[in-house]
Design a protein around this ligand. Structure first.
Ligand code: SF4
Length: 183
């Protein structure tokens, strides 16, 4: 068997693999025999989230769309794993994706439109937010012209969202539009 393998992958690579394999085997045996490592106890491998299920999803922090395995219990995202079999990221992602669950569960996450009046933040409705923002944008355009505005896209945008963003900028009346990648 060794000779067949050696013929397939080349002698030098074969010897290197043997050396690495022997090293890993020796290290594991040493760690185990000397008490550095041990088998996990039943308590340690018990799932702290009984009844949870793994849901395949993607990171939304940029358009790469790396794979994430979300562990969900009673409709709540409780733990995160890397999706090893994802065809794009293949088990890897950046620090933003690794922290995705914290971004979702963060206590300081903004969940509603807020407005600051006289130094105090106050929750407002989406309707009030849309009306207020569009009134300010129109006032800006009427007073100074559309080209005094700049539209800056997001790395989170999908192709379709980028299309609508471009349309929105054109309807406002300016070509001042750019992409935002990792700023
Ligand atoms: S932010 Fe990072 S993990 Fe998320 S999709 Fe982009 S590259 Fe992948």
């Amino acid at each position: 068997m060794y000779k067949t393998l050696q013929a397939k992958i080349g002698r030098r690579s074969f010897l290197k693999m043997l050396a690495v394999g022997a090293g890993v085997g020796a290290t594991s045996a040493f760690a185990s025999n000397s008490g550095i490592t041990r088998s996990a106890t039943k308590e340690e491998i018990k799932n702290p989230f009984p009844g949870s299920k793994m849901v395949k999803t993607i990171c939304t922090a940029c358009s790469v769309g790396c794979g994430i395995l979300a562990e969900v219990q009673n409709g709540v995202w409780v733990r995160q794993e890397v999706a090893q079999d994802h065809p794009i990221s293949r088990g890897g992602h950046c620090c933003k994706g690794a922290d995705m669950i914290d971004m979702i569960k963060s206590k300081v996450r903004l969940k509603h439109p807020m407005v600051k009046t006289k130094g105090q933040w106050k929750r407002i409705s989406w309707e009030e937010a849309f009306t207020g923002i569009s009134a300010k944008m129109n006032a800006q355009r009427n007073k100074f012209g559309a080209d005094t505005a700049m539209f800056l896209g997001s790395a989170k945008m999908s192709t379709e969202q980028a299309y609508y963003f471009r349309k929105f900028s054109a309807m406002y009346g300016t070509n001042n539009i750019d992409h935002q990648a990792r700023i």
